[in-house]
Design a protein around this ligand. Structure first.
Ligand SMILES: [Zn+2]
Length: 196
């Protein structure tokens, strides 16, 4: 455990959890039992792989910041495919320091000149109850996660507005990049532009 992880409160719960599961922290062998279905699927994928000609630049100049929700397929939602756009995902589609860091690189070096921040309906992070999520984890796993900020909100549109502004006003972002917001509806597939 590093000194910084102790200070930030990150390391202890993780180590505790791993100890409980009987997994050695230093064991880096590939856990085939858990991942062999992926390897099998990839063996098929390789057979018809057709993206070898792509570069790492976003061919259609887009970055999407969206939630990790497994109902969202960000490229399909906006009619794009591999190679077209950069996709940044986290819980709640929030603009964090790491999202900003990535957008700086994407806008200067990877052809991104437009950014869509896209939270979604029925998002657990938009139910506003940060304390309840900490309690849920504590009750189920006995781990206190209160040192983490999950960035839940009870005002999803307000959070979106503030996140859009955060990107627009970020001084290190490439000048001229266009930033917009939209809400994705997980029941209909519709995206509704946020008009402010
Ligand atoms: Zn979500």
């Amino acid at each position: 455990m590093s000194r910084s992880s102790v200070q930030s409160g990150w390391g202890a719960p993780e180590l505790l959890h791993r100890k409980k599961e009987g997994v050695k922290v230093s064991d880096n062998s590939f856990p085939h039992d858990s991942f062999d279905d992926l390897l099998a699927a990839n063996a098929e994928y390789q057979k018809s792989f057709k993206y070898s000609g792509l570069t790492g630049s976003a061919a259609r100049g887009l970055a999407i910041v969206t939630c990790m929700d497994s109902r969202i397929n960000p490229l399909s939602v906006v009619g794009m495919r591999s190679g077209d756009a950069k996709i940044l995902r986290n819980a709640g589609a929030r603009v964090t320091e790491d999202v900003l860091r990535t957008l700086v690189l994407a806008t200067y070096l990877l052809n991104v000149d437009r950014i869509l921040v896209m939270p979604h309906t029925d998002c657990a992070m938009a139910r506003g109850d940060e304390a309840a999520i900490h309690k849920l984890i504590d009750d189920k796993y006995g781990v206190n996660t209160s040192s983490l900020e999950f960035k839940t909100t009870s005002d999803q549109l307000g959070a979106l507005a503030s996140d859009i502004n955060r990107v627009r006003s970020y001084p290190l972002l490439r000048h001229g990049v266009v930033v917009a917001g939209a809400i994705y509806d997980v029941k209909t597939g519709t995206i509704t532009p946020y008009e402010g």
